[in-house]
Design a protein around this ligand. Structure first.
Ligand code: FES
Length: 106
């Protein structure tokens, strides 16, 4: 198990204990975190699971693959820390990860 914190747009902090290998999106949906729609179910085909990686974690999470980068073009208010949460798998290296939900999805 690893720790994952998802900060909703209204500032509510969702502290989750999650399985290694699960994605940030899966955990957000499973725990009814508001603002993560994930319409395509994790296929990197909708951009409605957009999150901002907390500044302290951007290096550990790394950059998006080309396909995710293309899909991020469809997200709302994209920033340098933007990622699609269905493409981030929890691992020991990401124990304690913090992500922020944007104001709205695309
Ligand atoms: S759930 Fe559709 S791109 Fe992530």
């Amino acid at each position: 198990m690893t720790k994952l914190s998802i900060i909703a747009f209204d500032g509510t902090r969702h502290e989750l204990d999650v399985q290694t290998g699960s994605t940030v999106m899966e955990n957000a949906v499973r725990n009814s975190v508001p603002g993560i729609e994930a319409e395509c179910g994790g296929a990197c085909a909708c951009a409605t699971c957009h999150v901002y990686i907390d500044e302290a974690w951007t290096a550990a999470v790394g950059a998006p693959e080309a396909m995710e980068e293309d899909m991020l073009d469809f997200a709302y208010d994209v920033r340098p820390t933007s990622r699609l949460s269905c493409q981030i798998k929890m691992s020991d290296a990401l124990d304690g990860l913090i992500v922020h939900v944007p104001e709205r999805q695309a």
